[in-house]
Design a protein around this ligand. Structure first.
Ligand code: HEC
Length: 207
């Protein structure tokens, strides 16, 4: 009997250790939307700039990975629908898993829910100016109402062009028509590679 109890607690402990306390998810994903996490934020002295950067980069990696899968399975027009239904939920679930509030905003949003506010617009403009002057883009962290808020630039690359590039030249007709159907107020076309497309905003509890 005693042995059984010990065995049970060992099993319970190892279950807790694997799934509860550590934030890493290693089990098989249920759908093809995978979430990978490898950060635990509980250091006593927190470097918010780099913690926030890590959270933003993990979110970016998950979005990028899922977008890549959608693109290869469905092509650009189909992947637009994927972004339409999954981009915000994936970002939100990263927020829950990583215990921070993470969002992507832009001065020229496709989804109007991703419109940058006045503070965020100012940061985006700073980064755009820095780019023009060919300066290094430094991420920022500020404190607001007892929260630490990190801002991290998002740049375009070649892959983005099929949905954010020059209409008809880079974004094909089928993709354009899906975009205009789903986003009648879309402002996110006409980008070139290496431009500031928006920012990640990461809101962290101050420890
Ligand atoms: C398959 C088409 C597609 C590709 C490729 C794509 N995007 Fe998007 N992007 C979208 C759609 C659709 C949305 C709106 C998502 C939503 O409704 O939340 C979006 C939204 C965004 C947003 C949030 C702000 C906004 O405009 O709503 C950012 C930032 C962004 N994309 C950056 C990028 C970057 C950077 C790349 C390349 C690395 C990229 N996207 C590649 C379709 C795409």
């Amino acid at each position: 009997m005693k042995n059984k109890i010990i065995l049970l607690s060992v099993a319970l402990l190892s279950f807790l250790f694997q799934s509860g306390c550590s934030l890493s998810i290693e089990s098989e994903p249920e759908s093809n939307a995978e979430i990978i996490v490898d950060t635990v934020i509980d250091e006593p002295k927190v470097d918010y700039l780099s913690v926030g950067k890590d959270l933003a980069m993990q979110t970016k990696a998950n979005l990028g990975k899922n977008l890549g899968m959608a693109l290869s399975e469905k092509g650009a027009a189909g992947a637009v629908e994927f972004c339409n239904t999954r981009a915000i939920p994936i970002t939100d679930s990263m927020s829950i898993v990583l215990n921070a509030k993470i969002k992507r905003v832009s001065d020229k949003p496709r989804n109007e829910n991703n419109q940058a506010n006045a503070d965020e617009l100012a940061y985006i403009q700073e980064w755009k100016n820095a780019k023009l002057k060919e300066e290094v883009l430094a991420p920022k962290v500020t404190e607001q109402n007892g929260k630490m808020i990190g801002y991290y630039p998002i740049e375009t690359n070649a892959m983005c062009m099929q949905c954010h590039g020059e209409p008809t030249k880079q974004v094909n007709k089928e993709t354009l028509s899906t975009i205009s159907k789903l986003y009648p107020t879309d402002k996110a076309l006409g980008y070139a590679e290496g431009e500031i497309r928006g920012i990640f905003v990461v809101e962290m509890d101050k420890k």
